[in-house]
Design a binder for this molecule. Structure first.
Ligand code: FES
Length: 102
């Protein structure tokens, strides 16, 4: 596991997401209700960029921008088909910066 310094935490506004490279992967990091979440940026359905999705369900989920597949931000579980789970990554704020572990 490697820690990746992503950005200053203020660079992701509340309710928004942003993509980052972390090693060989691209992750989508979101700020929802003051907490940070990270999921694989590539949607399991047809590969849309999850960073362009919309936070939904009171901040608990991320909805894909192409066909609305919706995933739990904390667990990555698809809300309609729990057998489809997008990868999640730990992300934390430290000294005003976001650090992802992958
Ligand atoms: S590409 Fe994400 S729901 Fe189709």
């Amino acid at each position: 596991m490697t820690d990746y310094l992503l950005c200053k935490q203020d660079e992701i506004p509340e309710g928004k997401g942003r993509a980052f490279e972390a090693g060989t992967r691209t992750v989508a990091v979101f700020r929802s209700n003051g907490k940070f979440f990270a999921v694989a940026n590539k949607c399991l359905h047809r590969g849309a960029s999850m960073c362009d999705g919309a936070i939904a369900d009171g901040g608990a989920t991320i909805r894909c921008p192409w066909h609305n597949w919706t995933f739990d931000l904390a667990t990555g579980r698809n809300m309609l088909d729990p057998t489809e789970t997008i990868r999640t990554y730990p992300v934390r704020a430290e000294d005003g910066h976001l650090i992802l572990t992958a």
